[in-house]
Design a protein around this ligand. Structure first.
Ligand SMILES: *Cc1c(COP(=O)(O)O)cnc(C)c1O
Length: 347
């Protein structure tokens, strides 16, 4: 299908990466310099413009579109600046490429833009959201995130954008695919109740009172973990705190290929805590980031619940030289292995 094609991004989400690969296309991450070198920047989720330019310059004819994840989940939940989206848009215009957003956390990203980007300080969240979306040709969104809904997702494409003008069959082909894989649009993939929840969720998610308490709760959780000495990725992102497993196990016998992040998440399940390894097991042994993600569900928890989580992580940290290795006993070589593998913990 997409042989020889390349889709660059500031950081593909794991299943996005897998979907692209499944179609025979190469997914490329252009992580920002700050993220790669662990410098604390305001917008570490940004696209690396040099890397993107290089790809467009050298292999532009292989690039069907450019994708931006907002906020950058795989890159530590870090925000992307409006300036960076504008710069990527300018490159896309220059090289005549459509720009698509994976914008599951568009509202949290807008909040960071308002807080941190000088020229946007006086703008309201809906104004910033408008400015972000004015730059894209289309977007995908999981409405379980900043849709504040239980279920649902969407692919939207701008009317009359160049992509559609040049590919008149595109929308029809997408609809055919949907009929094959989900059902005809009029069958109603979501219940009316679900759709109404999304409508209300999208209105709520851009209010400053909601965003302030949401992001502050995550920041407070991260600050507390840091106070306990846990090596967290800084600055703390908008929806999750990421723990650096290479640092966590530094000075112990745990090697990267022992999947200490899996052991940590497995043992914490016993305390009713579900974290997610997004490191060398999820992405392969050579992945630059070896994180465990502590994502915070929206509108579900009090800060004291998160302190409990942090205290449990600290108890593990205190015994880090005694934690068992995670040995994959099933699925180590399957695609999407981190969704399916099973492990044995061996001391
Ligand atoms: C959750 C998420 C997805 C996938 O959405 P699902 O509804 O879980 O399939 C894609 N991209 C990003 C950035 C996400 O956070």
């Amino acid at each position: 299908m997409g042989e020889d094609q390349i889709i660059p991004s500031n950081g593909h989400f794991d299943t996005t990466y897998a979907n692209i690969s499944e179609n025979g296309i190469t997914a490329v991450n252009c992580f920002s310099e700050e993220l790669e070198t662990r410098v604390q920047g305001d917008f570490n989720g940004n696209m690396n413009l040099d890397k993107l330019t290089e790809i467009l310059e050298k292999d532009g004819d292989r690039v069907p579109l450019v994708y931006m994840t907002i906020t950058n989940n795989t890159g530590g939940g870090q925000p992307v600046s409006l300036e960076n989206i504008r710069a990527v848009h300018a490159l896309c215009t220059k090289y005549e490429k459509p720009l698509f957003l994976d914008c599951c956390r568009f509202a949290e990203n807008a909040w960071f833009i308002q807080q941190r980007e000088e020229e946007c300080k006086g703008m309201s969240i809906p104004q910033i959201v408008g400015a972000m979306f004015a730059l894209c040709d289309g977007f995908t969104i999981s409405l379980k995130k900043d849709g504040l809904a239980n279920m649902g997702g969407a692919l939207l494409i701008r009317n009359n954008c160049a992509l559609v003008a040049e590919n008149p069959e595109l929308l029809n082909n997408i609809r055919d695919h949907q009929i094959l894989t989900e059902g005809h649009p009029t069958y109603g993939g979501l219940s009316g109740r679900g759709i109404m929840t999304i409508c209300e969720g999208l209105k709520t998610v851009v209010t400053e009172s909601y965003l302030k308490s949401r992001v502050e709760q995550v920041q407070q959780f991260g600050a507390y973990l840091k106070e306990l000495g846990i090596p967290v990725i800084e600055p703390i992102g908008g929806h999750a705190v990421y723990i650096d497993m290479d640092e966590f196990f530094k000075g112990t016998d745990m090697k990267r290929e022992d999947y200490g992040g899996i052991s940590l998440t497995a043992l914490l399940l016993l305390k009713g805590i579900r974290l997610c390894e997004l490191g060398v097991f999820a992405f392969g042994d050579n992945h630059p980031h070896n994180f465990v993600r502590c994502a915070v569900p929206r509108n579900k928890y009090e800060i004291t619940d998160l302190y409990y989580v942090a205290d449990c992580i600290k108890a593990m940290y205190d015994q880090r030289d005694k934690l068992p290795k995670a040995v994959p006993i099933y699925g180590k070589d399957l695609s999407l292995r981190h969704f399916k593998a099973r492990f044995e913990l061996r001391g």
